[in-house]
Design a protein around this ligand. Structure first.
Ligand code: ZN
Length: 210
């Protein structure tokens, strides 16, 4: 659907804000946490309500207006810790996408030797990327190329940090699916006036057990 995104996108952005706004450490007083929370953008009741709404939309398979997601990204982009939030949100969205692959499929991918697992993993990456992020995923030689035309995060923060969201999602998906951890290059970018944000990743499976 044009002009819309899967609820998983705004959900992951808000969840990243939430996890980073909760102070670390067990000795933090509950009252302090409450007070601290209310001061930050992240933990207002509105945000919690929004998270609930996106989870509900995800269950019902309802799309969300892209402007809504971009609005959240813009709020994040203004924060001094924006880089960390976009990166964290990418990790969160990848984990959610991975959890939505059937458990049997995930198991098969991890049990098969690399040369058999990779085509299966690629198919899952392509399917999930397309469905949840509106990404085009293709193989070029030994690389994987992921393109996002309708980016919700581009130019929402300084120095192209919004693009870290998709880059981090790709990195985490490759780690989860094939234990991959190669270089990822942002080869085309809408922030440079191009019509697509595109990443090229090394597509190699580092199988520790074989
Ligand atoms: Zn970009």
């Amino acid at each position: 659907m044009p002009g819309t995104v899967n609820p998983i996108v705004p959900l992951s952005l808000l969840e990243a804000v939430r996890t980073l706004d909760i102070p670390e450490g067990d000795d933090v007083e509950v009252e302090y946490v409450q007070e601290h929370r209310n001061k930050r953008l992240g933990l207002s009741d509105t945000v919690i309500a929004q998270i609930r709404r996106y989870k509900e939309a995800l269950k019902r398979n309802q799309q969300i207006a892209i402007d809504e997601a971009t609005g959240i990204a813009r709020l994040i982009g203004r924060r001094p810790d924006a880089e960390g939030i976009f990166t964290r949100a990418g990790t969160i969205v990848a984990n959610r996408m991975y959890q939505m692959i059937s458990a049997t499929r995930r198991q098969i991918i991890h049990l098969l030797p690399g040369f058999l697992a990779r085509p299966l993993a690629f198919r899952q990456l392509k399917k999930a990327g397309n469905k949840y992020l509106g990404a085009s995923v293709r193989r070029v030689g030994s690389s994987i190329v992921v393109g996002i035309k309708e980016s919700v995060t581009f130019s929402t923060g300084p120095k192209g940090i919004g693009c870290l969201y998709y880059e981090s999602a790709l990195r985490e998906m490759l780690r989860l699916l094939v234990n991959g951890g190669g270089m990822i290059d942002h080869v085309h970018c809408r922030e440079r006036g191009e019509d697509i944000c595109e990443w090229r990743a090394e597509w190699r499976a580092v199988k520790t057990s074989q």
